[in-house]
Every structure is written in structure tokens, then in C-alpha cells.
Write a protein that binds this ligand. Structure first.
Ligand code: ADP
Length: 638
């Protein structure tokens, strides 16, 4: 198909010449007119490939024709034909937009060349226009996409900044509807208990409908999305009835996923025909669904941690123990009612320094004590109560001080001490009196042999009761932790004292007493009186249970960072089955001879003393061969 040339010339002769001699033989279609106005009308209607026009024509001059064509059909090339000598006009025509000009008379070759050039130019400018149009369209779609992304980012920011879940979900639905230009939208959540879907947020739904909306998962389209975890897009010409609810023309449902499960559905739809929902809409709604899922998950986590926080806060504020928590700069993070009352801080300001808040030197000293080790302090409050305050460092927080009211314990302790003093005095005094009078009987006159024996029995019994009382009192004091004296003490020296005290009875029983108590041992920390008592009890047992002629050995030595005490005898030993009960109160082994006096409390006292000095004690013994008691105490470093 050849190109179409519109020829405009008032000379019929020239029209005929151009048409029949040049253009048609060259394969062009030709339409010829004799005036400018007809040329314009036809050009607009036919949209020829080139217009070939004379300069002087009736109704519309060639130059004006060029201008009008340039305006209405900017890519249509127009070639002007002029008479010789009117070059100035030709320049004007070029300025007006003519593609070329030919000076009459011209030959066929010139005309065809000019036509070829004009058409090539026209094609190029058409191409350019097309590219321009395409890039404009591309830019527009990019702009739209950018706008969409901006909207999404904005919604993302808004949504994550909102704490109220209902508001977040409503914003999500509104944004999904807005971005997809849908009519209405809803967010359905799965009720885990009933398995139904309920409408959690909506836009353009009747309020009552939204509030009472409940859908069985099994028989709904939304349920399909829940079950498959995949989006659904419906865009048929015919409206669809979405199970028991309402008619829509187009619909888009996407899953809401949280913690690997589908927890709900975000949907937009159109009830009217003529609006469709596309794959692009789906991408947008899925992004909104992600926001909603994040918000729901955040809200769930927030609610859970909030519930935990409230629970903890309730425990801390309601507990009878006082609690104070400070940051590393000793600024108050928490002070509960009990603590505030204890220190008479009527309106404690969180965030302020404890120094400004609490007017009590002892608690301030405890809080500000250097180091990170836990510390314990008994603090006397202004109202006379005593609290046991325990400071504990907490990583990443600061430190906490927990205080228990021990006023009643202190009172009990006082009563007990009083009782101990009274008992020891009140019981011991009559016993001393009995012993005194028993001694006097012998001196106040002649006593028979039998009476002498009775007097001896009374004396033995009284001595036994006295020993029992003093053992019981000792045990009570040690177990109650009343012996808190702690000194750096040399264990061999204490052992030597004990040996000296008991050497007499060892000799009396004809025992060999061996000692190995080197002086250069590390020290131990403890109460020297109790430690000496512990050594004496063990040594006394060895001496009193070992038959005459036997051997008793006491030795001390250092090992690693410990000091070891051993008391070894060649006595009767302890039956293996009874060894586990040896340190129990009032326990006496079945092979303990009747005539050997004892309360059964000596080893209990020993064990209590060793325990209260962070030591260990054990026995190795074989029947008939002897026993070996070992005590290990921590040595003082350095
Ligand atoms: P007691 O006052 O009876 O000596 P202890 O508590 O000191 O009470 O000792 C408990 C029991 O352990 C003793 O009754 C005795 O049977 C046994 N026992 C303690 N030390 C020895 C020892 N060195 N050899 C044999 N038996 C011992």
C-alpha cells in the first residue's frame, strides 16, 4: 500500500501533471484539491502522509494552510511549491513549519527526493512522539507505584506507631480499601475457641452487621483462605453470592499470617459491577495484611508482657517485704509501699537519687556499698522495728534491696537468750547446792559403806545432769548462730590447749598420747572457744572409749587451701551400720560401754561447730581396730 499524497493547487493542469506523470506512476495514492480550505478539511479527515501545496490559492493561502496543519497534525510533513523569485516567502514557510520547498518548475526527480526526505522525517518525528508518549506513560505508572509505596510506608509508620489495636486494624482496612479503590473492606479474625471468623475491623459495612458478623470457617470463601493460607481473587462479570452473606462483583481476600499460622483474612470487595481487582491490588492488600498481622502479634506480646508486668508489680507492691530497686547511678526505679512506709518516704519520686529520697544512713550505706557482691545488713528503723536488708546486684538493671521485718525474730531471740541465761542459772544453782550438801554429808558424821555408795551415785547423777545442761545450752547457742565471733585462729595452738587439758585423763587411763601439731600451718577463721571445744570433745571421746594401754593420736596438717585435723585412736571402733547416726543428738553406739559416762550430745556439738565454720567432718572406723575422725576447715588465704 503506497503512501497518500494530498496535492493542493488551484491549477488543474499542475494537479493533473503531478498526479499522473509523477506521483501515481511512482506508486503513491493521490488526492488533489484546488483550494486551501478543502486541503485543510481533507488533510484532517484523510491524514495523508504528505501534503504538497501551492503558495497562492483561493480561500486559504498556502502559508496559512501550513500553520493550521502544523497546529492540528504536527507530524504531517508539508512541502511548499513556490514560483521562482519568491525565496523570501519560502523561508517564511519553513519557519511556519513546512518540511521543504520546491521552486517551480521542478522535475520529477526533485519532487520524489523531497517527498522521500519529508516522509522519513515524519516517520522519525512520529517515532519520537511515540517514545515520548510511552515514556510519559511509564513515568506515570512509576509515579503511581511510587505514590503507592509512599502510602504503604506512611501506613506502615502510622500503624507501628499506634498502640491501640482496634485503631491499627481499622487504619489497615481503610488503607487497603483506599489503595485498591474498592468499595468496602473487612478484617476477619479466627476465634480459636469457636473456630468462627469474626469481623474485627471494617469499612463501609453496616455497624450492626459488622458487630454481629460470624462465619463458619468450613463453608466460607474466607475459610478457604484460612485453610490454604493462599489469597483468593474473584473478578467475574456475574455477581457471586459469598455464602450466606452478601453479593459482590469482585473480591480479594488475603491471609493474615502470624507465627507460621493463618490467623485471619483481610478482604476488599466491590458490590457494583465495573470495578475490578487486580494482581497489583493483591500485592498491596498483602502488604497491608502483613502490617495487620505484625500489629496483632505486637499487641498479643504487649498484652502478655503487660499482664506479666502488672502481676509482678502487684506482687512487688503488695508483698509484706520492702523492695527498693535502683539503677547503676542509684536512681530509684521502684520502691514499694512497705519500703516507702518503712523509711517514711511519703511521695517517693521515681528517677530521683535514693540519697534525696531516703533519709536513713544505714540503708543509704547498704545501697552505696562498693562492689557487686550481695550484702546483708540489719537495719533499725526510726519506729524501732528491725529489718533484715539484703542487697542483690541485678545485671542490666542495677541493684535491688529486699527487706524483711525481723522485729519479732529479734524479740524471740532476746526471750530465748533470757531463757537460756535463766535456765542455766536456775538449774545449775540447785545442782551446785545438791553437790555441796552431798559433799557435806560425808563430813558431818559417820556414814556407812552403803550410804557412801548412795552418795557417790547421787554425785554421778548430778554431774551427768550438769554436763547434759551445759551440752544442751551449748548446742542451742551454736545452732541458733549466736556464736558469731570470728577471729583468725591457729588450729594447732587450740589443739595443744585441748591436749594439755586432757593429758591427765589420758595418763590416768594409761594411754599413749601422740601429737603432731606443726606451728607453721595456715590460720583458720572462727570462734576460738568453740573450735577448742570441738577438738576437746573429739579428743575426750578417743580417750574415754579407748581401753587402757591403747594409743590416741592428734595431728594437724595443711592441704591445698584447707587445714586438716585428725584424731585417731586404737579403741573399740564404731559398728559400720551405726556410723551414719553418730552425729545425731543423744545417739550412743551399741558397743559404748555402760560405765563410760556420756550424754550423746558431744558429737552433735562437734558437727554443729564444724558446720558453722563451713567445714566438713567424717569418721572412718573398723570394729575392734579403732576410729579416725577427720575435720577439714577452710584456711585463711595468704
Ligand atoms: P557421748 O557423750 O556418748 O560420748 P558423743 O556424741 O560424743 O556422745 O558420741 C556418740 C557415740 O559415738 C558415743 O556414745 C560412742 O558410742 C560413739 N563414739 C564416739 N567417739 C568414739 C570413739 N572415739 N570410739 C568409739 N566410739 C565412739
Amino acid at each position: 500500500m503506497g503512501e497518500t499524497i494530498l496535492v493542493a493547487d488551484d491549477s488543474a493542469e499542475i494537479r493533473k501533471f503531478l498526479e499522473e506523470t509523477i506521483l501515481k506512476p511512482s506508486g503513491y495514492n493521490v488526492v488533489s484539491v484546488g483550494d486551501g480550505m478543502s486541503a485543510l478539511t481533507l488533510a484532517l479527515e484523510l491524514k495523508p502522509d504528505v501534503v504538497l501545496t501551492d503558495l497562492n490559492m483561493p480561500s486559504l493561502r498556502g502559508l496559512d494552510l501550513i500553520r493550521r496543519l502544523k497546529r492540528d497534525l504536527p507530524t504531517l510533513p508539508v512541502i511548499l511549491m513556490t514560483a521562482e523569485g519568491s525565496e523570501a516567502l519560502a523561508v517564511e514557510a519553513l519557519r511556519a513549519g513546512a518540511a521543504d520547498y520546491l521552486v517551480k518548475p521542478f522535475d520529477a526527480e526533485h519532487l520524489l527526493a523531497a517527498l522521500g526526505r519529508a516522509m522519513a522525517l515524519s516517520r522519525r518525528s512520529q517515532d519520537t512522539l511515540k517514545i515520548q508518549a510511552e515514556s510519559r506513560a511509564g513515568a506515570q505508572s512509576l509515579e503511581r507505584r511510587l505514590h503507592e509505596l509512599e502510602a504503604l510506608a506512611h501506613i506502615g509508620r502510622t500503624v507501628t506507631a499506634m498502640l491501640d489495636l482496634d485503631q491499627v486494624l481499622t487504619t489497615v482496612v481503610e488503607s487497603a480499601v483506599g489503595l485498591t479503590e474498592a468499595e468496602e473492606g473487612s478484617l476477619l479474625l479466627l476465634d480459636e475457641e469457636s473456630g468462627d471468623l469474626t469481623m474485627r475491623a471494617s469499612m463501609n459495612f453496616d455497624d450492626e452487621f459488622a458487630r454481629t458478623f460470624r462465619l463458619k470457617v468450613e463453608d466460607s470463601l474466607a475459610g478457604q483462605v484460612i485453610a490454604s493460607g493462599k489469597p483468593v481473587i474473584l473478578d467475574e462479570g456475574a455477581p457471586q453470592k459469598i455464602k450466606t452473606s452478601y453479593l459482590v462483583h469482585s473480591l480479594l481476600y488475603v491471609p493474615l499470617r502470624a507465627r507460621g499460622r493463618t490467623i485471619g483474612v483481610l478482604g476488599v470487595d466491590n458490590r457494583k459491577a465495573g470495578r475490578s481487582l487486580t494482581k497489583e491490588d493483591m500485592t498491596v492488600v498483602m502488604a497491608m495484611a502483613d502490617y495487620a498481622a505484625i500489629a496483632i502479634e505486637n499487641a498479643r506480646l504487649y498484652n502478655r508482657s503487660e499482664a506479666e508486668r502488672v502481676k509482678l508489680e502487684t506482687i512487688l507492691t503488695q508483698t509484706e517485704d520492702g523492695v527498693i530497686v535502683v539503677d547503676p547511678e542509684n536512681r530509684l526505679l521502684l520502691i514499694n509501699r512497705t519500703a516507702a512506709e518503712a523509711f517514711e518516704a511519703s511521695d517517693p519520686q521515681l528517677g530521683r537519687s535514693v540519697v534525696e529520697t531516703l533519709d536513713h544512713p544505714q540503708i543509704l550505706a547498704l545501697v552505696r556499698a562498693p562492689g557487686r557482691a550481695p550484702r546483708r545488713e540489719e537495719i533499725e528503723l526510726k519506729d524501732g522495728r528491725v529489718v533484715n536488708a539484703q542487697r542483690t546486684p541485678i545485671d542490666g538493671v542495677g541493684q535491688a534491696v529486699v527487706m524483711q521485718d525481723i522485729t519479732h525474730l529479734k524479740e524471740l531471740d532476746r526471750i530465748k537468750s533470757e531463757f537460756v541465761t535463766t535456765v542455766s542459772h536456775d538449774l545449775r544453782s540447785p545442782l551446785t547446792a545438791i553437790l555441796g550438801y552431798v559433799d557435806l554429808i560425808g563430813r558431818s558424821g559417820e556414814v556407812s559403806e552403803q550410804q557412801r555408795e548412795f552418795i557417790q551415785r547421787v554425785r554421778t547423777s548430778v554431774e551427768h545432769i550438769t554436763a547434759l545442761i551445759s551440752d544442751l545450752l551449748d548446742l542451742g547457742r551454736i545452732e541458733a548462730g549466736l556464736d558469731s565471733a570470728r577471729e583468725t585462729t591457729p588450729l594447732p595452738v587450740l589443739a595443744r590447749y585441748a591436749v594439755e587439758t586432757l593429758r591427765g585423763s589420758a595418763e590416768h587411763r594409761k594411754l599413749t598420747l601422740e601429737t603432731d601439731l606443726p606451728e607453721d600451718l595456715p590460720m583458720v577463721t572462727g570462734d576460738p572457744i568453740r573450735l577448742r571445744q570441738m577438738i576437746a570433745n573429739l579428743l575426750e571421746n578417743a580417750i574415754k572409749y579407748t581401753p587402757p594401754g591403747g594409743r590416741v593420736r592428734i595431728e594437724t596438717m595443711a592441704e591445698a587451701d584447707q587445714v586438716i585435723l585428725r584424731i585417731i585412736d586404737s579403741g573399740p571402733g564404731i559398728p559400720p551400720a551405726e556410723q551414719p547416726y553418730l552425729f545425731d543428738k543423744f545417739f550412743r553406739a551399741s558397743n559404748a560401754p555402760e560405765e563410760v559416762a556420756g550424754t550423746g550430745l558431744g558429737l552433735s556439738i562437734v558437727k554443729s561447730i564444724v558446720d558453722s565454720h563451713d567445714g566438713r567432718i567424717w569418721v572412718e572406723s573398723a570394729l575392734g581396730k579403732g576410729s579416725r575422725f577427720t575435720v577439714v576447715l577452710p584456711a585463711v588465704a595468704g
